[in-house]
Design a protein around this ligand. Structure first.
Ligand code: P6P
Length: 333
């Protein structure tokens, strides 16, 4: 039986890749893993424990109805980051503003984390996979001071790590630190994330496209041209692709990582900037996609090149197999 490599063992083995980190990044990733295990437990209990299911009764900054589990997950990750000692501040999809931690230890933290604690949470009540997405930067402000908005508004190329947790048929943690992408599956029998998908590579092309086609008449004509290309016999496969849209970004993204495919959420007349958030959805997944040989753009420019100007900034998002994203972009005006 091949040796099981736990996430912690893997991180320690790879410590040498971050000479400047001296264990700091390892501790952050370990903190994320612990919080993810707790959220995974709560997600698995969602149908059984009343404080988990249903709406919180609040509308978040996104104008979306907060689910109870959104809040539980958000608080779980914030607690892990605040107590970990490496993070000086965070920004979360569920929080109107960023949070600068105030303890002396935290103020000396060298990193900030931007995250979506539970993306796709509208799927919780119907038992569909959901996910956590995170993005880690070195702070730009001076150590010993409170984190600043500028610490949060960094260009995607400056990420030092990014990842996601998929609460699906199994719970997986996938991350990159700029040295490839590796996936770990939670083994509930030992409570450890174990290396299951080493050195992940996104297939250069695929046969699945993920888009909410209900938007087809409210987005630019080139999108309809691409969808028609996918559905035709005249495409690169000589046969129609399959449409697969879960309504949960992390689940669609992960499928594309494994099988190849493209995810498109374009700007529409109702969402003129697009729907997905640059800082804690698009940037981390773009980093992972490119590290795995894929591509992530707005349909026109590379996601990681965008200088953010506001915390909850939205952008159009074309992400997945390189050749598929390039083909979609070629059909836009
Ligand atoms: P729509 C979930 O709210 C999310 O951010 C992504 O996970 C998902 O792909 C998308 O929005 C679904 O949006 O407009 O198709 O329901």
């Amino acid at each position: 039986m091949s040796k099981v490599t736990t996430l912690n063992e893997f991180i320690m083995d790879r410590q040498a890749e971050f000479p400047f980190a001296s264990g700091e990044l390892s501790r952050i990733l370990s903190d994320i893993a612990v919080a993810s295990k707790i959220v995974s437990r709560d997600v698995r209990q969602a149908g059984l424990v009343d404080h988990i299911l249903g709406a919180q009764g609040e509308i978040n900054i996104q104008g979306e109805e907060q689910q109870k589990l959104d809040v539980v997950a958000d608080q779980q990750f914030i607690k892990a980051f605040e107590n970990g000692g490496e993070i000086c501040g965070i920004a979360s999809e569920e929080n109107d503003d960023f949070v600068a931690f105030t303890s002396d230890t935290a103020k000396n933290g060298k990193y900030v984390v931007l995250f979506d604690p539970l993306d796709g949470s509208s799927n919780i009540d119907v038992n569909v996979s959901i996910g956590t997405i995170f993005s880690i930067y070195r702070r730009t402000s001076e150590a010993g001071t409170l984190a600043t908005l500028e610490d949060m508004l960094q260009i995607g190329n400056e990420q030092i790590a990014a990842g996601y947790v998929l609460y699906g048929s199994s719970t997986m943690l996938v991350y990159t630190t700029g040295h490839g992408v590796n996936g770990f599956t939670l083994d509930p029998s030992i409570g450890e994330f174990c290396l299951s998908h080493p050195n992940m590579k996104m297939p250069e092309s695929g046969r699945m496209y993920a888009m909410n086609e209900g938007n087809i008449d409210i987005c630019e004509p080139g999108i309809k041209k691409y969808v028609q290309y996918c559905q035709s016999f005249d495409n690169d496969k000589g046969a129609p692709y399959s449409g697969r849209y879960i309504g949960s970004l992390v689940a669609d993204f992960h499928r594309n990582m494994i099988k190849g495919g493209i995810y498109i959420y374009p700007d529409t007349t109702t969402s003129p900037e697009g729907k997905l958030r640059l800082l804690y959805e698009c940037n981390p997944l773009a980093f992972i996609a490119e590290q795995a040989g894929g591509l992530a753009t707005t349909g026109r420019i590379r996601v990681l090149d965008i200088q953010p100007n506001k915390l909850h900034q939205r952008i159009p998002f074309f992400c997945g197999s390189k050749k598929m994203v390039e083909k979609a972009m070629s059909l836009l005006d």
